[in-house]
Structures are given as structure tokens and as C-alpha cells.
Design a protein around this ligand. Sequence first.
Ligand code: SF4
Length: 190
Amino acid sequence: VSDINAASVTTPAITNHYPLCAKHLQTNMIASSHLRHEGRQQLSLFLKGIGLSVDEALKFWSHSFTSGPHAMTPERFNKEFKYNIRHTYGLEGARTNYKPWDCARILLRPLPGKNEYHGCPYRDLSVDALTTQLGEMGVGAVDMKGVLNDVERKDYTVACTRVFEITHNVQAEHIGHPNLYFDRSRQLER
Ligand code: SF4
């Protein structure tokens, strides 16, 4: 039985394995009880990729959008957003079985605007915000320099792989997909 469900995907046991892009999306969604279109696509496909079933996904998204200070009503969620989630799982419209986006694809999508959290945080966050987030993930001052150098060179996936290595205390092959980051991290735990 999968341990990935609507409740577990907000616990550290699971989110500790998220790359920064997924953490950033999910944290901001929960804080604002919302996520705009691009962000919904990116996070929803990532979650599908880690094994969240469509039923659990609907529970997770509906709970996130209908609780907290900016909550919407369940009726509005069902009317405006349920279709979108089911569509991601290939259950509506053209019934395409969409694959989770890799880093290259994420980096090609439109940049996040105000109140948007999709994209790659290594590219899209200010150096200050990125430093804070990485500090919270356990990246120390010396290692931080290396990561910020990668970012300056626009080697975002290299920066992300380096953070994987630092936070897992291993040498890792290059990571170019958020779901690969998650899977490798989980494997190391086993
Ligand atoms: Fe996500 Fe890829 Fe950016 Fe890492 S490099 S944060 S996995 S988009």
C-alpha cells in the first residue's frame, strides 16, 4: 500500500524529499489557500509522479483551497478546479496521460509573476530569499557559496543537484527532474 496520500504529502516524512520547486509551490499554496494555473499544473503533475492517486489528489487540493484565511467554498472548488485536477490525471477532455515536467520543461515555461510560485526557485527567487530557504534545508555558509555560484552561472539543475548532495551527504549524478530528486531521496532513506 502506498504511503502517499492527501494527509501524508503535507508531513515532513514526505516533504523532506521534495526538491525546492515542489516545496515552494506546496508551502505557498497552503499559506494562500490557492495556486494559479501554471503552479497547479506543475505541482499536480509532480504529486501524480510521486504516486498520489486522483482521489487523494482531489482530497488534497480541495482541502488546501477550502481551508485557511483565504479559503473558497467547496462548491466553488468543485465548480472551478475539480475538472482541472481530473484533467491532469487524464480523466477529462482529450484524456491525455500527462507526464510530470522535467527541469528543462519547467525552465521553458513562462516566468512566475506576482503571487505565482511555479518555475525553478534557483532561477526565480532573489538571492536573499533563496539563501533563507536553503538555510532552512540545512545548507551551511560554505556550501551556500558553491550553490550561489552555480546559480550565477545559470546552472540551476547543477545548483539543485549540489543541494541534494549537501542535504543527503552523498555524491549524486546530475538530477534534471523533480521526481527523480524525490525518488532518489526516498531510496536513500530505505
Ligand atoms: Fe525543481 Fe529542477 Fe529547479 Fe531542482 S532544478 S528546483 S528539481 S525545477
